[in-house]
Ligand binder design. Sequence first.
Ligand SMILES: [Zn+2]
Length: 159
Amino acid sequence: MIWEGVLKEKLEALGIAVRVATFTGDSSYPVEYTLSYGDVQAGGEPTLDLAMVAFIGKLLPKEPTLVDCPHCGGAHYSGQVCPLNPMLAELDRLELLSDEAAEAMESTQSEKEALAQWQKLKAAQLAQQDLHKQLESMGYRVLIDAEHPPFRHSASRNR
Ligand SMILES: [Zn+2]
């Protein structure tokens, strides 16, 4: 292709790396063109034009897709964070905190330390209750499952 050298130069002037690989095996094309720019890479195509088309395809914005949400039982577009996510993460954190406080309360010999841990436990439990109430007022029921990734807590819509 007569314009190939010009195209290659123009692409490289834009910062796009053009790799031309020559193969002799019969499983691939004799020549393969690959374009890359940062994390975007496309190619393995038999002509520079086809490699450019593949590259453009990689640059086009992706259709947003709905993904089922493990937290709220609804669905969100990919890349979107579930609005319940921070609350469920906080519930998990508070549960861990109460577990630690309960353990420390049992293992300590000091009455003063036990009382301090008991207060910590109570505070964490109250904060959890508040979050439960908040979620309930939004129409959710809170579920706890130790095996539920990535959070132990999840919520489902009340029907
Ligand atoms: Zn969600």
